[in-house]
Design a protein around this ligand. Structure first.
Ligand code: NAD
Ligand code: APR
Length: 228
């Protein structure tokens, strides 16, 4: 049995109108990530941090999946149980296209209580303070993995990488670990590895194959080669 693991990053959602982080005009050009994407930042200035994610949630709510998301969902439907999609993205565009995905950096759609770990559907605009509906603590935060925190689903993802036959990374700059190291784990497992990105990522030389271009064009073309 084949097992295909696909890692996606901000680049796959760029053509749906969602800003990437590190490209010119990207989110980290206007915000220092230490100011908005760490637990320390949230403790220091929760209004700024909630405002940053409220703006991103509003943008994500307007966005629609593009042909790259749709092609991956089709691939997953064609090979039930054989296509694992892992995303660093916090938007819900893979789901909107009909795919099932592991969100290793969390989701804008969810709120998390920093006191009791309860999760609930995030309102479009989270407040400060945002009370937890389960325990009442004024500790509601976006359910986003911030710098210095441990990404979600790591054991499950590592298990899939160790048994995969094909690994693809789509629209990710290869600058943030542990995701940037997944190619090496897949390669060690004997998988064929392919990068699909607008330009060479920081880890492009770890891949057996590199394809460059906009995701909405190169992902459907790659998927078409895999379908019977
Ligand atoms: P880091 O490498 O500095 O720290 C990650 C920590 O997690 C390290 O201490 C590492 O040892 C540990 N770790 C990694 N995998 C683990 C595993 N399987 N089991 C136990 N521990 C594990 O990374 P960072 O720069 O602090 O970033 C952490 C994460 O937060 C990254 O995945 C990053 O992309 C994410 N992040 C998300 C946003 C966002 O806005 N969505 C912003 C910033 C960072
Ligand atoms: N098609 C394909 N690739 C694209 C497109 C496109 N239309 N537009 C941009 N790209 C590529 C860029 O060339 C870049 O290499 O997507 C990549 C986006 O990289 P980043 O902005 O660094 O996003 P990502 O790799 O997902 O960031 C990882 O960093 O800050 C954290 O938690 C955040 O999940 C995020 C993580």
């Amino acid at each position: 049995m084949e097992k295909i693991v696909i890692l996606t990053g901000a680049g796959i959602s760029a053509e749906s109108g969602i800003n990437t982080f590190r490209d010119s005009g990207g989110l980290w050009e206007n915000h220092r990530l230490e100011d908005v994407a760490t637990p320390e930042a949230f403790a220091r200035d929760p209004v700024l941090v909630q405002g940053f994610y409220n703006a991103r949630r509003a943008a994500a709510a307007q966005a629609r999946p593009n042909p790259a998301h749709t092609a991956l969902a089709e691939l997953q439907r064609h090979f039930p149980g054989e296509v694992i999609i892992v995303t660093q993205n916090v938007d819900a565009l893979h789901e909107a296209a009909g795919a099932q995905v592991l969100h290793m950096h969390g989701s804008l759609d969810q709120a998390l209580c920093a006191a009791c770990d309860h999760r609930w559907p995030a309102p479009l605009q989270m407040r400060v303070p945002e009370p937890c509906p389960a325990c009442g603590a004024p500790r509601g935060r976006p359910d986003i993995v911030w710098f210095g925190e441990i990404p979600y689903h790591m054991e499950e993802i590592i298990g899939h990488l160790e048994s995969c036959t094909l690994f693809a990374a789509i629209g990710t700059s290869g600058q943030v670990y542990p995701a940037a190291g997944f190619v090496q784990a897949a390669d060690a497992a004997g998988a064929h590895t392919v990068e699909l990105n607008l330009e060479a990522s920081a880890v492009f030389s770890d891949f057996a194959e590199v394809r460059q271009g906009p995701a909405s064009r190169i992902v459907p073309a790659w998927v078409a080669e895999l379908l019977p």
